[in-house]
Design a protein around this ligand. Structure first.
Ligand SMILES: Nc1ncnc2c1ncn2[C@@H]1O[C@H](COP(=O)(O)OP(=O)(O)OP(=O)(O)O)[C@@H](O)[C@H]1O
Ligand SMILES: [Mg+2]
Length: 250
């Protein structure tokens, strides 16, 4: 028997605690469910989320179940400071710094908002979550996907969405919507078209990899056509997660 050669890499380095590539989920089985709204800038995530929340409240479909509405970045008081650091444009943010700031925002969001709400049985809806990091930092900025996966596992402690609605609209459509809203685009500038094409392909890859969790919603159409799809997917999932007990006649 020869001596085993150990290559010291990211996955084999001895360290106290867990290997970053083998962070088995530590998340408990929650009675609640997490639905995230994803897509490129201007695809209609926030509009659809607000409409979905109005419908969920008005229809009574959740019964007594609490509904928690949140977002990333900025779902906590600490996270709002991080959101400002990331999005104000007041600082030049290096790619890895951006990745770490999103991870810090997420760790706080999971600990302070998502996990307690899910443990209490809530339906939680979040405007963006983990898939945005994979799509933007991984596919868009072309950072190492293993590094991103590792950071996401650290930040979430293994928590994943139960359903992700991916609002998929063409870049041209998103540009036109944003221009209509507030004049020529800011973050989504024409020079960033290639970047957003890569981000869009990232969401497509996530949907292909995990089709039951990530559901594509065609979001090029008008609000009503888009919302009809949102409502149909949510209705089906809610019935699957929390079936209404069959009423007996006696
Ligand atoms: N299906 C739609 N048809 C027409 N206009 C839409 C549709 N969905 C959204 N809009 C409009 O497009 C603009 C962008 O929508 P919204 O803010 O919901 O996108 P978003 O994905 O949340 O963007 P961001 O990533 O910047 O937060 C808004 O002015 C909204 O009213
Ligand atoms: Mg939005």
């Amino acid at each position: 028997m020869g001596t085993e050669t150990v290559v010291m890499g990211l996955d084999t380095m001895p360290r106290s605690g867990l290997s970053p590539l083998d962070l088995s989920p530590t998340v408990p089985t929650n009675p609640g469910r997490l639905v995230t709204f994803e897509g490129i800038d201007g695809a209609g995530k926030t509009t659809q989320l607000e409409q979905a929340v109005d419908w969920l409240k008005a229809s009574g479909i959740l019964g007594d179940r609490p509904l928690v509405v949140t977002r990333e970045p900025g779902g906590t008081a600490l996270g709002q400071q991080i959101r400002h650091l990331l999005l104000s444009g007041d600082w030049e943010v290096a790619d890895r710094t951006e990745l770490l700031l999103y991870a810090a925002d997420r760790a706080q969001h999971v600990a302070q908002v998502l996990q307690p709400a899910l443990a209490a049985g809530a339906l939680v809806v979040s405007d963006r979550f983990v898939d945005s990091t994979v799509a933007y930092q991984g596919f868009g900025r072309q950072q190492d996907l293993i590094l991103i996966e590792t950071l996401n596992r650290i930040a979430t402690a293994g928590l994943t969405s139960d359903l992700t609605l991916w609002f998929d609209a063409s870049i041209d459509c998103c540009l036109a919507r944003r221009a209509a809203r507030r004049g020529p685009a800011d973050r989504l500038e024409r020079s960033a078209i290639e970047f957003h094409e890569r981000v869009r392909s990232g969401f497509a890859a996530l949907a292909a990899q995990d089709p039951d969790r990530v559901v594509r919603i065609a979001a090029d159409g008008d609000l009503a056509a888009t919302f009809a799809q949102t409502q149909a997917v949510l209705t089906e999932r809610l019935a699957r997660w929390w079936p209404v007990p069959v009423q007996t006649a006696f």
